[in-house]
Design a protein around this ligand. Structure first.
Ligand code: HPA
Ligand code: ZN
Length: 383
């Protein structure tokens, strides 16, 4: 009885006692932040359209003479607070994308993202783009890809960042639209576009629908990935189908691999990359970061090729890949060896030539050596 009372007092003191406010240096946070921001890494799951910050959205609306119901960036952010799941988010995403019209727009959105990404350690980026969304508004592929090609050149020259694009088909639209945009994109396949993916709302049985398009993309020499978003209906079946029917090399998100031990083994056996996204909506969803970061940590513990990615940073609280790695680290208690493994994984599953992969690996090794981390060491369990 007395012990119970004592415990209650101690617990209440712990809860209500103000925490001492330590300077960031004392908590080690600023050192961790600096380590993460400087860590050379590849970003492999980010949507060009979702990198658009509210400020740039308003600027493009203004210069293109497009009426918008938002007067300030805060109004856009407030609208983004209505998003709390995949379909509500995509509804707003499709609405905001409507201001992108000219080659300059695509260039500016991409280059703004590359600058931000480079400031957080990204040296290589493979960026999703949704041509069907833009074609639906009458934007030509030449306009879209012309802007992206220029941004890619600028990123290389100005930032030393290597960028490629992933042509993404919309899962909730007919497969023949996807087949058509793939053929129309042929002049840009290879150097600018190196792979195909699937995004937008996760409709039932979507992998079966795109089997022929993926077979054609493979024939054209493209790499293959697909979204399997987190906790969608039939998620385990969708993971199996993208592997078996589409033959993907990576799965975007892919955290629900953990739902099925046989899937874990298959992903390991095939060395499939999992581009996790520990993102936060503007709307607060308690436990979201803990859940996603925890899943990423468990996949890492299992030795799978998981990475941390920013998905839609301009529309999800301006959290870029370094910011998110820091959140993941703080949430799970990962140490620097785990963070290094995440960076190593990002190069391992990127779609680059072997010589370039070796160069990135060396760059990472040098960085870790400077930071007193032995590259050869695999991290122990996260917890
Ligand atoms: N999932 C599906 N579609 C998307 C996403 C996503 O994470 N982001 C932008 N389009
Ligand atoms: Zn995504």
């Amino acid at each position: 009885m007395v012990r119970g009372w004592l415990a209650a007092v101690v617990l209440s003191l712990l809860v209500i006692a103000p925490r001492p406010t330590l300077a960031a240096d004392e908590t080690g946070e600023s050192a961790d932040r600096a380590f993460i921001m400087g860590l050379p890494k590849a970003e492999l799951h980010v949507h060009l359209e979702g990198t658009m910050e509210p400020e740039l959205y308003l600027e493009m609306a203004r210069r293109n003479g497009i009426a918008t119901r938002y007067a300030t960036p805060e109004d856009v952010r407030s609208r983004l607070r209505d998003a709390n799941d995949l379909s509500s988010f995509i509804q707003i995403y499709e609405e905001l994308v409507g201001v992108m019209q000219t080659e300059r727009d695509f260039h500016d959105v991409a280059l703004a993202y590359f600058r931000k990404a480079r400031s957080q350690g990204v040296v290589h980026a493979e960026v999703y783009v949704d041509p069907q969304l833009h074609q639906a508004r009458g934007v030509s592929l030449a306009t879209l890809y012309g802007g992206l090609a220029r941004a890619r050149e600028d990123a290389s020259r100005e930032l030393g960042l290597d960028a490629r694009f992933i042509l993404s088909f919309l899962r909730d639209r007919p497969a023949d639209q996807a087949a058509q945009v793939l053929e129309e994109s042929r002049p840009w396949l290879g150097s600018l576009i190196i792979g195909v993916g699937l995004d937008n709302p996760e409709v039932d049985d979507f992998p079966a629908k795109f089997q022929a398009v993926y077979a054609r993309a493979r024939e054209l020499g493209l790499h293959l990935t697909s979204h399997c978003d987190v906790d969608q209906p039939n998620t385990v079946a969708h993971h199996w189908s993208v592997i078996k029917l589409l033959g993907v090399e990576r799965i975007d998100h892919g955290l629900n691999v953990l739902n099925d031990p046989a899937l874990v083994e298959e992903v390991r056996r095939r060395k499939i990359g999992l581009t996790g996204a520990a993102t936060l909506f503007y709307a607060d969803i308690p436990g979201r970061m803990e859940y996603r970061a925890g899943a990423i940590a468990r996949l890492l513990d299992k030795g799978l090729l998981v990475t941390v990615n920013s998905d839609d940073p301009g529309m999800k609280r301006s959290l870029y890949v370094g910011d998110l790695m820091l959140r993941v680290q703080q949430t799970t208690g990962m140490d620097r060896a785990h963070l290094a493994q995440l960076a190593r994984n990002s190069f391992a599953i990127s779609w680059i030539e072997p010589a370039q992969r070796r160069a990135y690996a060396l760059r990472l090794k040098r960085y870790l050596r400077q930071s007193d981390l032995d590259l050869a060491k695999r991290p122990a369990g996260v917890r």
